[in-house]
Design a protein around this ligand. Structure first.
Ligand code: CU
Length: 115
């Protein structure tokens, strides 16, 4: 069977836009954003201020769950597919804090650098 015309349906795109990260942060904690796409962290290196509490909003754009994990930060949190979680860290001493996706530890790695 042939379809006479291709129908462009922007609803899926709109839904994606509406479920994106909220721009407003009600509290005064500095926010940093990391996304997971095609099983890679972006940015893979994230610089944050040392000496203050930080919230890291980890957004998973993939269709598979991920787990944001860091031994150095003592954090481990599942990020469901197409969802986001908030991870509070700090105040951090200056230095590098590696993290990885525990569901795909060979491929997805990154680090937070506190300065
Ligand atoms: Cu884990």
């Amino acid at each position: 069977m042939r379809r006479s015309t291709s129908v462009f349906v922007p609803i899926a795109l709109l839904a994606t836009a509406l479920t994106g990260p909220l721009p407003a942060h009600a509290d005064d904690v500095a926010a940093a954003h990391i996304s997971i796409k095609a099983k890679l962290f972006s940015p893979a290196e994230l610089t944050v201020p040392a000496g203050q509490k930080i919230k890291i909003i980890v957004k998973n754009e993939d269709a598979e769950a991920a787990e944001f994990e860091s031994f150095e930060l003592n954090r481990e949190k599942v990020v469901p597919a197409h969802d986001e979680v908030t991870v509070y860290v700090g105040p951090l001493d200056p230095g590098a804090y590696p993290f990885f996706n525990d569901f795909d530890p060979e491929k997805a790695k990154g680090k937070i650098v506190a300065k």
